[in-house]
Every structure is written in C-alpha cells, then in structure tokens.
Write a protein that binds this ligand. Structure first.
Ligand SMILES: Nc1ncnc2c1ncn2[C@@H]1O[C@H](COP(=O)(O)OP(=O)(O)OP(=O)(O)O)[C@@H](O)[C@H]1O
Ligand SMILES: [Mg+2]
Length: 346
C-alpha cells in the first residue's frame, strides 16, 4: 500500500512559566493507505501532542514545533500557511476527539453540521451535500436521516453523538483519520460497534487510521502496527504481532503485563508499572525508562539507547538489545489477542 504520511524527527515543546516541557522528543513514523497504527503509552507520554501536531491543532504559543517534518502526499505540512492547512483539515485528514461535544456545535442541527463540512470541502450543491450527509449517517448506523438531521447534538445519546462525529470526520472521504481515544467515553457494546464501524470504513474507503488508546484490548482488535511511546519518544514499534508476541522493550513488557486478563477485567484497576515517568522539563541523560526498569544496567543511566532494528520493521530502543548485554528472558505475558480465536472484543 502507498505511503501516505511520514512524520520525521518531530520535536514539540511547551513554553511554560517554569521552563520548557519537551513533550515530543524526536518521533518518526510512517503510515500507509488503509492501515491502522495504534499509539500506546502511559498518560503524558506525548500521544495527543504528536497527533494534534499533524493538524496544527495546538496553539502556538505555548506549543512550539522545534523541528521535524510531517510529509503528507509529498508536502511538508509544517511549512503550510494556516489557510492551506485549513483545506487539509477535515478534508484530507480528519480527527475524532475523545469528547464528541468538544467538536460538535451544540447550537446547530446535526444534519446542518455534516452538510456544512461536506460543502466546505467538496463544493457540492446543498442538495448533493444533503444526499451525501444522509449516506454518511446511514454508514455510521444512524438510519432515518430525515428525522435525525433536524436534531441538536444534545438530543442524541453519547454513542450516537460519537457516530455523528465519526460521520463528519469521514464525510469527505479523508485519507487519514486521527482518532484520539475515540471510544473511551462509551460503554462496551457501543465501543465495539464504533470500532467495527471504523474497521469497515477503513476497508471500504482505504482510510489510514492513527488510533490512540490506553486499551490494549482495543489495540489488539484494531491495529496493524503499534508504536509504544514513553516520555515523548517511540521506544518500540512493529507489527501488532511483533509487539504482542515478541516485545523487546521492558516498558512494553510492563504495559502488556499491566493489563488484567479478560476474566478479571470487570471494573478492576490496571496494575500500573511501579514508579513514574521522568520530568519532561529535564529528561534524564540516558534511557528515560531506566529509573523504573528492573533490568537497568550502568550504561542505561548514562547513554541513550537508539531505536534499532530487531527484525524487519520491528524496532526497539533498549540497551538489552546490544550484543554485549546479558541475555534477559522476557516475562511471561498473558495473551491479549483472545479475539483472534473467537469474536471476543475489548
Ligand atoms: N498546554 C500545555 N502546556 C504545557 N505542557 C503541556 C501542554 N499540553 C501538554 N503538555 C505536556 O505534554 C506532555 C504530553 O502530553 P499529551 O497530552 O500528548 O500526553 P498523552 O500521551 O496524550 O496523555 P493522555 O494519555 O493522558 O492523554 C505531558 O507531559 C503534558 O503535561
Ligand atoms: Mg492524550
């Protein structure tokens, strides 16, 4: 499949009264047509900042793109004017936010919001746009367009609002969908339906998806490839199989271990990795995970490991992969991919 987006060495900081927060510290990734890349990692690891930077959605100041390129179809988005960016947003690249109310206009009827989005980018007549809007709502599982288009967002349930937002996000056949915790606010049944819907649309429209989620069950169900972020960096990346079955980074081991098995899942808190991430005002000189790592060696505190090839596109940034390092047996991790065998979702 064709390469559609390439993020190269992206560095994003925030200027605060207390100093510079280095939120994203040199991440690179590629996205191909029709594939889903999941970005996982603890709170504060830079997932949202990375993805929002693609569409320049973070105000500057306080944010600052320190360096990097975001190449979409051969053009570097970081160099585009606000006006040129406006034409990309929603049309070429769309975003689903965690909270649908933050992106829907509460004072405008739902049908009108979808039609406006379509007209703005596609230059269709109202009649054509209306037909398209009805089709999109049907695709996302909101039938009876004639009745529903005249409703306001608050007249829909949370799950329906999410669907409306997805319909808007996909109404212009965007090439890329950025989904930041798209289903966290939903109950399990609705979550499964929305994810199924995203997968269907990906198959139908060849949309590439960047999916941010805390939920490794969702990742297992959705992702072709995974990037594991820690303290503003990608510390491991590979296919879903690489990450779930052959993880190499102790942080990835910790993340996989911290998900309770399916039987125990109901309502129990995740067992967190002991310790907390480093201060992004002054990241440590060596590996950012060293202070929490069971396998920490002397070098981990002094020199930073680079993201290096494990096998194929599987890469990890860990000194344990150095040929001189002692051999460490990874912990036994229960499978998250139960749904591969049967229909079980998250
Ligand atoms: N406006 C801001 N000013 C200062 N620092 C910020 C700002 N927005 C984000 N940050 C910092 O940038 C870092 C990355 O934040 P980001 O929101 O990308 O994390 P995340 O991985 O999406 O976390 P979560 O899983 O909680 O959504 C964090 O340390 C955060 O405190
Ligand atoms: Mg976030």
């Amino acid at each position: 499949m064709e390469l559609i987006l390439e993020v190269k060495d992206l560095n994003v900081s925030f200027e605060t009264y207390a100093g510079e927060v280095q939120a994203v510290r040199g991440i690179s990734f590629q996205l191909r047509e029709g594939e889903t890349l999941a970005i996982v990692g603890e709170s504060g690891s830079g997932k949202s900042v990375s993805v929002q930077s693609i569409l320049k959605l973070i105000p500057s100041p306080p944010s600052k793109l320190k360096s990097g390129e975001i190449v979409y179809k051969g053009q570097d988005l970081t160099r585009l004017s606000d006006k040129a960016m406006e034409a990309i947003r929603g049309k070429e690249i769309s975003m689903i936010f965690q909270d649908p109310m933050s992106s829907l206009n509460p004072t405008m009827k739902v049908g009108k919001q979808i039609i406006e989005g379509i007209r703005k980018h596609e230059g269709l007549s109202t009649k054509e746009a209306r037909k398209r809007a009805a089709e999109m709502l049907r695709l996302v599982g909101i039938p009876d367009y004639e009745t529903n288009m005249d409703r306001y967002p608050h007249q829909f349930s949370g799950g329906m609002r999410q669907r409306v937002m997805i319909a808007i996000a996909l109404a212009c056949n965007s090439k890329i969908l950025l989904a930041d915790e798209p289903t966290t606010a939903l109950d399990v049944t609705m979550q499964a339906q929305i994810l199924q819907l995203m997968n269907d649309l990906k198959d139908k429209l060849k949309t590439a998806i960047v999916l941010i989620t805390h939920d490794l069950g969702v990742v297992a169900q959705m992702a072709d490839r995974i990037a594991v972020m820690y303290a503003g960096k990608i510390v491991e990346t590979g296919t879903a199989e690489d990450i779930f079955y052959r993880p190499k980074h102790p942080y990835t081991w910790g993340l996989l271990e911290s998900v309770p098995s399916y039987e125990k899942r109901s309502g129990k808190r995740l067992a967190a990795i002991p310790g907390s991430p480093p201060d992004l005002f002054a990241p440590p000189p060596g590996c950012a995970f060293a202070a929490r790592c069971k396998y920490c060696m002397h070098i981990c505190k002094t020199a930073e490991p680079v993201l290096a090839a494990v096998d194929g596109a599987h890469q990890a940034a860990c000194w344990l992969l150095d040929p001189r390092a002692p051999q460490v047996a990874p912990p036994v991790i229960k499978s998250h991919r139960k749904q591969e065998g049967g229909g079980e979702h998250v």
